[in-house]
Design a protein around this ligand. Structure first.
Ligand SMILES: NC(=O)c1ccc[n+]([C@@H]2O[C@H](COP(=O)([O-])OP(=O)(O)OC[C@H]3O[C@@H](n4cnc5c(N)ncnc54)[C@H](O)[C@@H]3O)[C@@H](O)[C@H]2O)c1
Length: 427
């Protein structure tokens, strides 16, 4: 598709993600026009309308209503919750839309592969919101690897620290706590990492094993006397890291993404809401099945090997890439200890190249949201859909790794990814 002068955007699902994309797109009126959105919530549609800065903006009460119309935009943003992505994305593709599709592509690998097939059959393009690819940080790491300065990549170690409060908010109390109703943790949180790693290594992962589970967020770890809800008066409330009453204190910002009246409600109203909402529950007494730690051990077609660890009990991402000529260290620990973002150390001379990144403060994800919207128009104009930076075709790789890792974790087996793909592909 050659994009028109201005790319017309519409959205199914007006939550935090669509709001971020609309806000960023509205700042570039030469590239984008926001024309319509669908959501069950009138309040969210009103916010989407305000962000669109378009008096002709059209509102629809759900996916069925917007898709019943003739095609009214060039690109449909699919930003409902994980479990709806496949249905909404398939229907929008069939209606003639190209897509900006929130990750995960779907909650299971069979649907991921089916969507890839459907998009190919219909000749549509799908850009998956793997926003880290658009961050100045990872673009710099990619450029260093591609420059050859590290030599041949032999191995890597990567870590994603979810951070304890974030784990509790999203994966113990929140939308992704019950894997069976959402997506396995390794996909929900870490498909960005499996995407970035296969992009940096520039080779397909051919086989992997994985281990992990829930070590901390379980009933046996509950402090003595802790009630089912923090709002019921917990004896350790004053010292508990996860006290839900922090939502009216130092963690108020987190309410914005789950409670529409976060900015206007009084503390008493918020506490009354917490007394009934999933976010008021004791983190040791939830129905969570999402793991709080998991490791992956991977082999790539190039012969390189690497490990990835997701843990609730660290913060931010760390990366070490070991090449035949030099090693690269990057991320949170480097930033905290060395005062720069990336270090490249030459094996022969031990010369250190210390690199600082100018982070884009617009949007979240280290500038990834802003980078994605900045590049979206150009990506849609690329001659081949699969060459888009985070095309569906490329993004399937990260989901294949993630879903195979979950199966490997549950079965204790080492899996061959070509076999997993073949087993779950429809004829
Ligand atoms: N790319 C990233 O880094 C990133 C970060 C966070 C979340 N996500 C993903 O983005 C997606 C959206 O997240 P969010 O936080 O914006 O979610 P959200 O729950 O805030 O918003 C989803 C919206 O979809 C609406 N909706 C549900 N069914 C609908 C239907 N049939 N028709 C129209 N609207 C419908 C809901 O009313 C809700 O407003 C999730 O899948 C999440 O995993 C991606």
């Amino acid at each position: 598709m050659v994009p028109p002068q201005r790319l017309r955007l519409a959205a199914i699902g007006c939550g935090s993600r669509t709001f971020i994309y609309f806000e960023l797109a509205a700042k570039q009126p030469d590239l984008y026009e926001i024309v319509a959105a669908a959501d069950h919530s009138p309040a969210r549609l009103a916010k989407a309308r305000a962000l669109s800065q378009n008096p002709a903006f059209r509102e629809f009460h759900d996916d069925g209503a917007i898709l019943a119309e003739p095609k009214l935009a060039d690109l449909m943003i699919i930003a409902t919750q994980d479990a709806f992505h496949f249905a909404h994305a398939s229907a929008a593709l069939r209606r003639g839309y190209d897509l900006l599709l929130e990750k995960p592509i779907s909650t299971n690998l069979r649907d991921v592969l089916a969507l890839e097939k459907l998009a190919a059959e219909l000749g549509r393009r799908v850009l998956v919101c793997h926003v880290l690819r658009y961050t100045p940080f990872y673009r710099k790491v990619k450029a260093i690897v591609a420059s050859g300065v590290l030599g041949q990549i032999v191995s890597f170690e990567a870590t994603e620290g979810v951070e304890p409060w974030h784990q509790a908010h999203s994966f113990v109390r929140g939308h992704w706590a019950v894997t069976e109703k959402a997506t396995p943790m390794i996909i929900a949180k870490s498909c960005h990492d499996t995407d970035i790693l296969s992009w940096l290594i520039d080779s397909r992962c051919v086989s992997l094993s994985s281990f992990g589970g829930i070590l901390h967020f379980r009933a046996e770890q509950a402090p003595a006397g802790a009630p089912a809800r923090c709002t019921d008066g917990c004896p350790v409330g004053d010292t508990c890291l996860y006290n839900a009453l922090r939502y009216v204190g130092d963690r108020k910002g987190w309410l914005d993404i789950i409670f529409d009246r976060a900015k206007t409600a009084t503390d008493a109203e918020i506490i009354a809401w917490l007394a009934k909402s999933p976010w008021g529950r004791c983190v040791y007494r939830c129905d969570n099945t999402a793991v709080d730690h998991q490791t992956l051990n991977m082999v790539f077609a190039s012969g390189a090997t690497g490990t990835f660890t997701m843990t609730a009990f660290s913060e931010g991402r760390d990366l070490a890439i070991f090449g035949t000529k030099a090693r690269l260290l990057a991320g949170e620990r480097v930033k905290r200890t060395a005062g720069c973002d990336i270090i490249v150390e030459d094996h022969a001379t031990h010369a250190l190249d210390r690199i600082k990144i100018d982070f884009d403060k617009d949007g979240w994800h280290g500038g990834g949201d802003a980078g994605l919207i900045r590049m979206l128009h150009g990506e849609m104009g690329k001659p081949r859909a699969e060459d888009m930076e985070s095309s569906l075709q490329r993004s399937v790789e990260s989901h294949l790794i993630g879903f195979a890792a979950e199966e490997a974790r549950q079965t204790g087996m080492t899996l061959n990814l070509a076999e997993v793909r073949a087993r779950l592909s429809s004829p």
